[in-house]
Write a protein that binds this ligand. Structure first.
Ligand SMILES: N[C@@H](CCC[C@H](N)C(=O)O)C(=O)O
Length: 284
């Protein structure tokens, strides 16, 4: 049996394991198991909360298919809430080590309740080789790509993990199950990709659907929302230094892309349930 907590950041849910108390030997298999809604618990993946030598805490994030990602925006907020609510820290300014560097969390606590978390997401990376995207040049902005005989234009951004952002008017009728995997596994993306489909509502508001690498369509993606705002600024739809509302299937995030390239993200983190799960030997 292993103790778990299920939390979500605007509908992007993960199973959180407190590795100060529990040991997980095969997180990749464990993620596949817990994410499965039929034989496991049901989630978009697994997050391990661990001790760090360089920050207050460390997190590792695994997608539902067992692949490990560098970063997860929604999980950073949930980890902030978890460590505060469970008495692992009394601090409201917390540093969190991830596979893409240390992120700064600022907890907004009212009457003992964490109502929102603001995360310094670091600088957006635009150099194609570093995202990585197999396209020459120093940036990928509005690059044409053909999927299922339809032309799309991608803007590529890394928020620690890779994103392709596409602006289009009709995102509601998109058949994400069909097109999502074709973007995810396209030959231009050697490490696969997260793909965001964005409708520009106005210069301060974007609407987004996302197909996540390793997890499929999720109701929200924090790094994806940041990439969307960066791409919107690069394409002239939004401006630097303004708080942009990104409306996702599960709720809203507030994202600011500063002139110096840094991205700030603010949003809620929500506890769903906790319990113990019997993990089959292969997933331990
Ligand atoms: N949902 C996340 C991103 C999780 C990782 C992603 N699927 C990847 O493989 O890069 C978020 O909120 O950022």
């Amino acid at each position: 049996m292993i103790k778990f907590t299920k939390m979500h950041g605007i509908g992007n849910s993960y199973i959180y394991i407190n590795c100060f108390e529990e040991e997980v030997f095969n997180p990749s298999k464990m993620s596949e198991f817990v994410s499965d809604p039929h034989f496991g618990i049901g989630s978009d993946g697994l997050v391990l909360i661990m001790p760090s030598e360089t920050a207050d805490f460390k997190m590792r994030i695994f997608n539902a298919d067992g692949s490990e990602a560098e970063m997860c925006g929604n999980a950073t907020r949930c980890v902030g809430k978890y460590v505060y609510d469970n008495g692992l820290t009394k601090k409201t300014d917390i540093t969190l080590e991830t596979n893409s560097g240390i992120k700064d969390l600022e907890l907004d606590v009212i009457d003992g309740e964490v109502v929102s978390v603001t995360v310094g997401m670091g600088k957006a990376e635009l150099e194609p080789q570093k995202i990585p995207v197999s396209i020459d040049g120093d940036r990928v902005i509005g690059y044409p790509i053909s999927v299922m005989d339809k032309e799309y234009e991608i803007t590529a951004v890394s928020m620690g993990n890779p994103h392709a952002v596409i602006f289009m008017d009709d995102i509601d009728s998109l058949e994400l199950e069909k097109v999502g995997p074709l973007f995810e596994n396209h030959e231009l993306f050697p490490e696969r990709i997260n793909t965001e489909f964005i409708k520009v509502i106005d210069e301060d508001t974007l609407q987004m659907r996302v197909w996540e690498r390793g997890s499929g369509e999720t109701w929200a993606c924090g790094t994806g929302a940041c990439a969307a705002v960066v791409a919107a600024v690069l394409n002239g739809y939004c401006k630097h230094d303004r708080e942009i509302t990104v409306k996702l299937r599960g709720g809203n995030l507030k994202i600011t892309y500063l002139q110096d390239g840094t991205v700030i993200k603010k949003g809620p983190a929500t506890f769903i349930c906790e319990g113990e799960v019997e993990v089959p030997p292969i997933a331990r």
